[in-house]
Design a binder for this molecule. Structure first.
Ligand code: CP
Length: 308
């Protein structure tokens, strides 16, 4: 399998075998990600992190991954301190950063921006979220988390709940899961249901799909509940957001009859869709999930840089 110099723009860039290879490679990175072992495989390499939208987990975990492997980072968390403010285009910025680094991580509000960046870069570009498009490295760490908790991805009943329209993580994850054949349940208000093209794609891959709007109808049979924030920033107007804000709130009372080994995941940040009291239950998996961003991104950086 050859990942050297490849862009990571969409989860569709990978086959099932490649996904499994990445997850296996990430498994080997865990002791280094925890700081229990040292490794300088990426010494002398530079990662550029270009974040045109806010981020905590994705940016910090990429930077941590690079530094745990002996590499270094340049970049920005807010484009207002860059020549973007003077009107520089993304294409020109990418051409510059291409000369200053070995691999580029980009988060940008516009869908398709990572694909465009890849066209202007000779170095691998990794999509860290492009608007309501995809967030493939989040998908890989989500798959890693499911496999770690359940032993396998196949055969699980997975409930997605929340903003399935604007939540890019659920689009990428649904596509990826369709390679593995679990049952998918989409729980959202009608206006925020999973886009038709995602449902059509996963159904065409023989994935059993069920949709509804009440989490109570699905949670007691679930193996995994994947919760998402209502993406306020992507609503065209505030009134539309207010109609669906705070619609799903997972509290301990809702968990009384769930399976003992149910795991609750969330890409984070959360607002109020999971009560803090749930954090102390054995079902909460979202903080381990966020940690898993480090070993998964370590594996990806090594692979695209062609370092074994
Ligand atoms: N899950 C995720 O993408 O988090 P950040 O927005 O904090 O990077």
């Amino acid at each position: 399998m050859n990942f050297k110099s490849r862009n990571i723009v969409s989860i569709w860039d990978f086959t099932k075998d490649e996904v499994e290879f990445i997850l296996d490679s990430a498994e080997e990175m865990v002791p280094i990600a925890r700081g229990e072992e040292t490794n300088t495989a990426l010494s002398g390499k530079i990662l550029a992190t270009l974040f045109y939208e806010p981020s905590t987990r994705t940016r910090f975990s990429f930077e941590s991954a690079m530094k745990r492997l002996g590499g270094s980072t340049v970049g920005f968390a807010d484009p207002s301190g860059t020549s973007f403010k003077k009107g520089e285009t993304l294409a020109d910025t990418i051409k510059m950063v291409d000369a200053y680094s070995d691999v580029i991580v980009l988060r940008h509000p516009q869908e398709g921006s990572a694909r465009l960046a890849a066209e202007f870069s000779s170095k691998p570009v990794i999509n860290a979220g492009d608007g309501a498009g995809q967030h493939p490295t989040q998908t890989l760490l989500d798959l890693f988390t499911i496999r770690q908790a359940k032993g396998k991805i196949e055969g699980n009943k997975i409930v997605f709940v929340g903003d399935l329209k604007y939540g890019r993580t659920v689009h990428s994850l649904a596509y990826a899961l369709s390679m593995f054949g679990p049952e998918l349940n989409f729980v959202a208000p009608e206006t925020l249901q999973m886009p038709k093209e995602v449902v059509e794609h996963v159904t065409a891959c023989d994935t059993k799909v069920c949709s509804g709007n009440k989490l109570e109808d699905f949670i007691n049979d679930a193996d995994v509940v994947y919760v998402t924030r209502i993406q306020k920033e992507r609503f065209p107007d505030e009134a539309e957001y207010q109609k669906v804000a705070h619609i799903y709130q997972i509290k301990n009372t809702l968990l009384q009859n769930v399976k003992d080994d149910l795991i609750i995941m969330h890409p984070l940040p959360r607002v109020d869709e999971i009560a803090p009291e749930v954090d102390k239950t054995p079902h909460a998996r979202y903080f381990e999930q966020a940690f898993n961003g480090i070993p998964v991104r370590m594996a990806l950086l090594k692979l695209v840089l062609g370092v074994s």
